[in-house]
Write a protein that binds this ligand. Structure first.
Ligand SMILES: *[C@@H]1O[C@H](CO)[C@@H](O)[C@H](O)[C@H]1NC(C)=O
Ligand SMILES: [Zn+2]
Length: 330
């Protein structure tokens, strides 16, 4: 009840772009049907998937097929500029009583309780953060395990999103991990004996540790496996992630929402920081989220890849019609 009422109130007060915008997907009008919250009508596979988003709701979603600054993209050097984390003001309120964590069918989302991002004298208010699996942006060509989107809106109804890649933590980085056991066991090998004479080498790399905030949030994800359900998380401390974001940099570019209606003018801040979840946590999150990543879009400023694809399909059809009938396949 309260959930639906709040959703309606927020929807009524939001701007048109944000109300219909799936990046604040909790703002989409949803009616209660038989006690269940109605979830988003778009999806990630088949006819409701991203290849067909524009047709799902025309003309509202037309930017999905015709926009020339669409997101996500491959974050290669030439498409972004760097903004130091120290040059933005970022605050996110802790949530000592926990936060609502909702399954929208298209993502799982934490409803936040205040936070601001100030960049170049422009201030944006944090609305929510949610997760994509696998990552939507590519890190110089490489997909990451997950991506977190923190969605902010300014008083002038502009949208800024902080994107943060999430990797899989090393099992060895778990606090209870035993000391390396193999080292002393292979002393019969000549190589091992030679190594014993010299000091042990330093670890090849610092092990990736799981992010406490994410472990806390996803500890409840199995309780919202059904779209339209929500749960209260344990208390959330945000400083761990906020400090990490400030200590790193943002790769910034102007793009779009990665969900219908694919509105452009979104101020993207993709962090160079990395969060991580434990392997078992990743599996638990994956089993609920499934797959919710839009395919990488063309380089900003270049034609929408779906327009190019449509031209290519039409040309192929004309050529096929003009060609002599194919001989029966051998
Ligand atoms: C991105 O990848 C290319 C090769 O694929 C490499 O030459 C380039 O140095 C990489 N850039 C960064 C910032 O790692
Ligand atoms: Zn998103």
């Amino acid at each position: 009840m309260g959930f639906t009422l709040r959703t309606l109130l927020l929807t009524a007060s939001a701007t048109r772009v944000f109300a219909s915008c799936a990046h604040g997907t909790f703002l989409q009008p949803r009616a209660e049907e038989g006690g269940a919250v109605k979830v988003a009508t778009f999806g990630y596979t088949g006819t409701i998937g991203p290849l067909n988003w524009a047709a799902l709701e025309a003309p509202a979603n037309s930017a999905c097929a015709t926009g020339t600054r669409q997101s996500p993209i491959d974050m290669v050097d030439s498409v972004f500029t760097i903004l130091n984390g120290a040059d933005v003001q970022l605050t996110v309120n802790d949530m000592p009583d926990g936060a609502d964590f909702e399954n929208l069918g298209t993502t799982v989302e934490v409803i936040t309780q205040g936070g601001t991002l100030t960049v170049a004298d422009k201030t944006f208010e944090l609305q929510q953060f949610h997760f994509h699996l696998p990552s939507e942006h590519l890190d110089n060509g490489t997909s990451q395990a997950m991506e977190m989107h923190m969605v902010f809106q300014s008083a002038a109804q502009e949208i800024a999103v902080i994107g943060v890649y999430i990797g899989i933590a090393d099992a060895a980085a778990a606090p209870a991990a035993a000391a390396p056991a193999a080292a002393g066991k292979r002393s019969t090998s000549r190589i091992a004996r030679r190594q014993e004479a010299t000091p042990p080498p330093p670890p090849a790399a610092v092990a990736t540790r799981a992010t406490t905030l994410l472990e806390t949030i996803f500890s409840t994800v199995d309780q919202i496996s059904v779209p339209g359900t929500k749960v209260k998380t344990p208390p959330l401390v945000m400083s761990e992630v906020v400090d990490l974001l400030k200590a790193n940099a943002f790769q910034i570019y102007s793009g779009s929402l990665t969900t219908p209606p694919c509105s452009e003018g979104v101020n993207w801040h993709v962090s160079t920081a990395r969060l991580a979840v434990a392997p078992a946590t990743f599996v638990k999150a994956r089993d609920v989220i499934g797959f919710n990543s839009r395919f990488p879009q063309n380089t900003p400023g270049q034609p929408n890849i779906l327009m190019l694809s449509a031209l290519g399909s039409a040309a192929a059809a004309v050529m096929a019609a003009a060609a002599p009938a194919a001989a029966p396949a051998a």
